[in-house]
Design a protein around this ligand. Structure first.
Ligand SMILES: Nc1ncnc2c1ncn2[C@@H]1O[C@H](COP(=O)(O)OP(=O)(O)O)[C@@H](O)[C@H]1O
Ligand SMILES: [Mg+2]
Length: 254
């Protein structure tokens, strides 16, 4: 299944979710491919790729017809492969806009590798730009990380409406797999927002919440997933539980 991690805001935990959920799902009988679609390439850094070593990246696959199977690299995590991102993705919107079937480019590119993986996770840029739209069209499901702060409810509603419009316009089949509360901190106001999100979106919100954690903040600079950086931390546990919920929801759909 192809899973896009989307939110039109930056800094809400998309990359943190993509990398660590990918690592949590990876297992001997479960192969996972993480695709970094953000020009910042932070998912690639999390996976230990040096900035000088980012190419060939997903940009080459999207813009130059570079074969996806050749862009795939292994990561230090067994059964977790990666297609890196690179700064060329910043030009992708403009370059893709010239291409016929520009919204379908990623979907077509993934065709040849789809069956090799149990999960393909798309770490999206912080907008519903052409790359974000390509991700939604390629995906079977999407996960929305949300930081439960002031205006989060309104932001989420607007974003889901925007996603819906894209889906209808392009007849994309991706459905909402779940809303993930991330960077959760204690406090009365925050708790109120969480309750509001849960009462409005009910079982679409994952039970698992990702709290703010020093390890999650420090792991990317070390080029390590949370399972390498702090396998016994609460954050690692939370991502294991999230992977369990995802597997449950996916099997419930079949
Ligand atoms: N639960 C968390 N606790 C502490 N820091 C976090 C947590 N989630 C994300 N971060 C940090 O916040 C920053 C933004 O997160 P990131 O996943 O890159 O967001 P996005 O991909 O949505 O822009 C990163 O520096 C990351 O390390
Ligand atoms: Mg990101």
């Amino acid at each position: 299944m192809v899973l896009a991690v989307v939110n039109n805001k930056g800094g809400v935990g998309k990359t943190t979710t993509s990398v660590n959920l990918g690592a949590a799902l990876a297992a001997p009988k479960r192969r996972v491919l993480l695709i970094d679609l953000d020009g910042q390439a932070s998912a690639s850094m999390w996976c230990g790729v040096a900035r000088a070593d980012l190419n060939p990246s997903s940009a080459a696959c999207l813009l130059e017809n570079y074969p996806v199977s050749k862009a795939i690299r292994r990561t230090p995590t067994s059964n977790l492969d990666l297609i890196s991102g690179s700064s060329e993705l910043a030009n992708a919107d403009l370059a893709l806009s010239e291409v016929a079937g520009r919204e379908l480019t990623l979907r077509h590119a993934l065709h040849q590798v789809r069956s090799r993986y149990d999960f393909i996770i798309l770490d999206c840029p912080p907008s519903l730009s052409l790359i974000g739209v390509n991700a939604l069209v390629a995906a079977d499901g999407f996960v929305v990380p949300v930081v439960p702060h002031f205006l989060a409810v309104e932001g989420l509603t607007n974003m889901l409406t925007a996603v819906d419009q894209v889906r209808r316009r392009l007849k994309a089949r991706a459905t909402l797999l779940g809303i993930l509360l991330t960077m959760v901190t204690p406090g009365k106001k925050r708790a109120e927002v969480r309750e509001q999100l849960r009462s409005q979106y009910r079982d679409r919100v994952f039970h698992t919440e990702i709290t703010t954690s020093r390890s999650l903040e420090e792991a990317p600079a070390a080029g390590k997933t949370i399972f390498q950086f702090g396998p016994h931390t609460g954050a690692a546990d939370a991502f294991r539980r999230l992977a369990g919920e995802i597997l449950e929801r996916v099997s419930g759909r079949k």
